[in-house]
Design a protein around this ligand. Structure first.
Ligand code: AMP
Length: 440
């Protein structure tokens, strides 16, 4: 099979050296497709999920275009000779903004480009100082950028390149008015890139407003998550989820597990219950201070904490390697969110497992998810106190009267270690029961 080389993308030497230092051998599909267009100066509309290499797909050509260390042109000099911002990257969350910043730093390690990141939740003074000294690339969340604009710390009239990353999430989070206020201050003549994991109508409308003659690049449709991921589901009543999670984590070999809850309060509760059971876990969500979030992420990245509990918004765009299990403690009503969540595991061809807790009221959501990913979530295997159903729901309407009565817990199995995926390994075993419950 022919694999493109980074050299063929005509990136400059300092960038090729940085790519080699990062250990990348070949461009990912989105990089191979998007980089040439961005280098040509075209506007690009990219449908791409986290994990596809999308950040390098825009950061590398941007750094190339900014030049490797040449002085800014006179019209790019700001006040007191400081550099004017030439590239503005907007991202929905602090974590994603920081990750983008880290990527610019890493790919720009042999360039003289200056970059900084600003986001809320932390003190503004240090950000103000760096902004006033001048940077070429500014990565920002919309709210904090508007703050700095209002304070007169930043001027966008030198922006030549604009990136909106995870545009769908920015819209979900209600940033559209902020984005429009920011765009009003950016020169009309510029190159714009819009990246989004999904392409609902509001995104198509926004892209029409901000892109001119864009090239569309689509590498992995949101409906086709990485094939290396196995999808399993546990049929469980709401009140029994907490017990199931503890049992599951105690009986499943995993390297890192990312647990999703619907609410911030729910995330804290899960952490409390896990801690009580002696399982070290941390939560990240919008109510946590930036310091607490950074600490929790660092502990998870380093492997000190093996379980991270997150809300969708906080976890959006997180790039953490080696997440072996994504656990949907609360199933999401939006099937696209399921795809975003499980995109955290099975990265770069590694295998991963997505486990979902499904209660009766999630039945419709489950059907929507399965339809979107064109895959049925298989009933996961037995665990101590949990007996796997043969099917999640499909056969329920036709369930013979003699089947186990609803909600009784059916028969309980004896504790058995490492049983998570056993239903798959032991075809045909076990009683034919459609409903199960977890010991409380
Ligand atoms: P992203 O989709 O930008 O969040 O990137 C996902 C991960 O892929 C990051 O950890 C990158 O370091 C990594 N990555 C990006 N480009 C490449 C590449 N060409 N080869 C290998 N890994 C890459």
């Amino acid at each position: 099979m022919y694999c493109m080389k980074f050299e063929e993308l005509r990136l400059n030497r300092p960038l090729l050296d940085a790519v080699r230092t990062a250990g990348y051998e070949t461009p990912t599909p989105i990089q191979a497709e998007a980089i040439p267009y961005i280098l040509e100066g075209k506007d690009v509309l990219a449908v791409a999920q986290t994990g596809t290499g999308k950040t390098a797909a825009f950061a590398l050509p941007i750094l190339h275009r900014l030049g490797d260390g040449r002085s800014p042109r006179p019209e790019q000099q700001g006040r007191r000779g400081s550099r004017k911002i030439r590239c503005l990257v907007l991202a929905p969350t602090r974590e994603l903004a920081q990750q983008i910043m880290d990527s610019f730093k890493s790919y720009g390690r042999f360039c003289k480009t200056r970059q900084t990141v600003v986001y809320g939740g932390v003190n503004k003074h240090a950000q103000t100082r760096t902004l006033r000294a001048g940077v070429d690339v500014l990565v920002a969340t919309p709210g904090r950028l508007l703050d700095h604009m209002a304070d007169g710390n930043v001027s966008l009239d030198g922006v030549e390149m604009l990136v909106l990353d995870e545009a769908d999430r920015m819209l979900d989070m209600g940033f559209l008015p902020d984005i429009r206020r920011i765009l009003a201050k950016v020169p009309k003549r510029r190159q714009s890139l819009l990246l989004s994991a999904t392409m609902p109508k509001p995104i198509r409308d926004l892209s029409r407003d901000i892109l001119s003659n864009p090239v569309s690049v689509e590498v992995a449709r949101v409906s086709s998550p990485a094939e290396a991921i196995e999808h399993f589901a546990y049929r469980v009543e709401k009140s029994e989820k907490s017990q199931l999670l503890c049992t599951l984590l105690e009986n499943t070999p995993f390297t890192r597990a990312l647990v999703f809850t619907r609410t911030k309060h729910g995330a804290d509760k899960v952490v409390r219950n896990l801690t009580k059971a002696g399982i070290e876990a941390a939560a990240i969500h919008g109510n946590k201070s930036q310091n607490a979030r950074t600490r929790a992420l660092a502990a998870f990245r380093s492997g000190k904490t093996a379980v991270l509990v997150a809300t969708d918004i906080a976890a959006r765009g997180l790039d953490i390697e080696n997440i072996s299990h994504v656990i949907n403690y609360d199933l999401t009503a939006e099937p696209e969110t399921y795809v975003h969540r499980i995109g955290r595991t099975g990265r770069a061809g590694a295998s991963g497992t997505a486990l979902s807790f499904v209660s009766g009221e999630d039945r419709g959501s489950l059907r929507d998810i399965e339809r979107l990913i064109c895959t049925q979530l298989r009933p996961a295997g037995d665990l101590p106190g949990y007996v796997a159903p043969k099917v999640m729901f499909a056969e329920l309407p036709h369930r013979p009267r003699s089947a186990a009565p609803r909600g009784t817990g059916g028969q309980r199995n004896r504790p058995r270690a490492g049983a998570t995926n056993s239903a798959r390994r032991r075809p045909g075993r076990g009683p034919r029961r459609a409903r199960t419950a977890v010991a409380s």
